[in-house]
Design a protein around this ligand. Structure first.
Ligand code: NI
Length: 172
């Protein structure tokens, strides 16, 4: 793997909030090669190893518009994803591999249509509702430097920040 795909600390280590990388915007993927496929396999492996439903490249320190989701025995690869349609509303609990032990209710559209590329560069239209739609939108937020607690009040956010710093001994 070239440096471009090399994650922080040399492996696919999942970064924890408040790591500043989680606030950065990812770049569009332009090259669809074996290296990209390898990286995607590793993302799936890291997600499964942590019992996650989704994982986005910036969570392992790679600022590229790549995310994977696995739910209800279906796997999805989202490269350069864009929402092209969304409607309805759902309120449900979310967690995130970058926020161990933290869960919060987030309001999201209930149905989304997403345009995304797969690892070969093909453009697919993915339609999802309910929990799958929620997972897609959560992962896509990561690609834009947004995390789920950004939907919460400042008071709740600072309580979560305090709790996580206590757990990890973080200083930022
Ligand atoms: Ni997340």
């Amino acid at each position: 793997m070239s440096e471009e795909f090399e994650a922080v600390d040399g492996g696919l280590k999942i970064l924890r909030y408040p790591n500043p990388i989680l606030k950065e915007e990812s770049k569009t993927v332009e090259i669809f090669d074996d290296e990209l496929s390898d990286f995607i396999s590793k993302l799936f492996a890291a997600m499964r190893a942590s019992d996650g439903v989704g994982l986005a490249a910036p969570q392992v320190g790679v600022l590229k518009k790549i995310a994977v989701v696995e739910y209800d025995q279906k796997s999805y690869v989202l490269i350069n994803p864009e929402v092209i349609e969304s409607d309805g509303e759902q309120l449900g609990e979310e967690g995130c591999l970058s926020f161990p032990g933290i869960y919060a209710n987030v309001k999201r559209p209930n149905h989304v249509k997403i345009k995304a590329q797969d690892e070969t560069g093909n453009i697919n239209i993915l339609e999802a509702e309910g929990y799958t739609a929620r997972a897609f939108l959560h992962e896509m937020d990561h690609l834009n430097g947004k995390v789920f607690i950004d939907y919460l009040s400042n008071l709740k956010k600072s309580a979560i920040r305090k709790k996580l710093m206590k757990n990890t001994g973080g200083h930022f």
